[in-house]
Design a protein around this ligand. Structure first.
Ligand SMILES: *Cc1c(COP(=O)(O)O)cnc(C)c1O
Length: 358
């Protein structure tokens, strides 16, 4: 049998989470964000499951082309736009939409003829990453309106930097800044990412851009998906491949960082950082086994990790272990690893087998 380490992806959970995004912002259309291989879930399968979203957002041309080759016909927005003028031909050939965030991109569009390209003009209201400065917005807007190679009307967007923290005052400042910047411009607007949708109703626009929430993960720094009625899309499982009885004083794993305080059973699970499980989890980070939380002991290896089975001596070789999913939120494991759920989902490696279930 092939390695039991597998990610089971629930397509019905994806659809459910999209429905929550609609429920929480009923007047907005959904630009569903499926960059980075659908946050690690498989971009084609995710796009198919989210087929009722009004549009899809990806980071780069390669991702967009993959979607077109898979038969996805919806609008696809390149969130970073393009870097080279020659890419405009590819954008037109695949009927893609562009984010325009800097003047070099404006100039390319002004030089270009051909089928008009749908454009989202991006303004930087405090993220400090991509986007025209607020003072440049009106100028960029009128230049785009004059472009023959640009489909009208142009939409306007910005991105929130701190919306994951519901006590941070930056978000209100960004929202005020955006409202002032677009005053008098008759355009469709887009601000909200998942945190905006769930936590900042003032950020809802003609278009919202849900990402992480679609995968059943909370965008906030202090809660989990269940608090928002979201369902985890990924269940990450493996199995016990050994149960060893150790003596008091025995060391477990590389570096001998765990010393058995007494005679005890130690389980070995077939998953490690070579599968994308984080190596730097805090001591005592749990897995779920027989519906119970069992702590990891010692250093996570490339292919394996070890468990303290003192509270579960009945555990046996072949038993299923959940690393994250319905019994154990990925948010919890991410906090134990000093990161966010986004990163854990994106970093599973190709050794993990993916199963798609309804
Ligand atoms: C990734 C991304 C999103 C989605 O963010 P989530 O926090 O995953 O909801 C929205 N907008 C832009 C521009 C993005 O790059």
């Amino acid at each position: 049998m092939s390695r039991a380490t597998r990610a089971s992806i629930s397509l019905s959970a994806l659809r459910h989470n999209l429905a929550i995004a609609r429920q929480r912002a009923p007047r907005s259309q959904q630009l569903a964000i499926i960059k980075a291989n659908g946050y690690g879930h498989g971009i084609e399968q995710v796009a198919r499951a989210l087929g009722t979203a009004e549009a899809f957002g990806v980071a780069c041309l390669d991702e967009a082309i993959r979607l077109r080759q898979a038969g996805v016909s919806r609008a696809i927005v390149l969130l970073e736009g393009i870097v080279r003028e020659a890419d405009l031909d590819i954008v037109r050939a695949h009927r893609l939409s562009l984010v325009v965030h800097q003047s070099a991109q404006l100039a390319m569009l002004e030089n270009s003829v051909g089928t008009p390209i749908p454009v989202w003009l991006k303004v930087d209201t405090g993220m400090g990453r991509l986007g025209f400065a607020v003072e440049q917005l009106a100028g960029a807007w009128s230049r785009l309106q004059a472009c023959k190679g640009v489909e009208q009307p142009v939409r306007i967007m910005t991105h929130l930097a701190n919306a994951d923290d519901r006590t941070d005052t930056t978000t209100d400042k960004q929202l005020d800044c955006f409202a002032t910047a677009v005053e008098g411009m008759d355009a469709e607007l887009s601000v909200a990412n998942s945190a905006g949708i769930l936590g900042w109703p003032k950020s809802h626009g003609h278009w919202n851009r849900p990402g992480i929430m679609l995968y059943g993960v909370s965008p906030f720094n202090n809660d989990t998906a269940g608090d928002h009625g979201l369902r985890p899309v990924m269940q990450l499982h493996s199995e016990l491949i050994a149960v060893n009885l150790h003596r008091a004083g025995d060391a477990v794993g590389y570096g001998g960082h765990w010393i058995c305080p007494e005679a005890m059973p130690v389980g070995v699970v077939a998953i490690g950082y070579g599968d994308g499980y984080p190596r730097h989890v805090a001591p005592g980070t749990p897995v779920s086994l027989h519906g119970r939380q069992v702590p990891i002991i010692g250093t996570v290896s490339m292919d394996m990790l070890c468990l303290d089975l003192r509270d579960l001596p009945e555990a046996q070789i072949g038993d299923t272990v959940e690393l994250w999913g319905d019994s154990l939120p990925v948010e919890t494991i991410a906090r134990q690893a000093g990161t966010i759920g986004y990163e854990l989902l994106c970093q599973l490696t190709r050794r993990v087998r993916f199963d798609y279930v309804d």
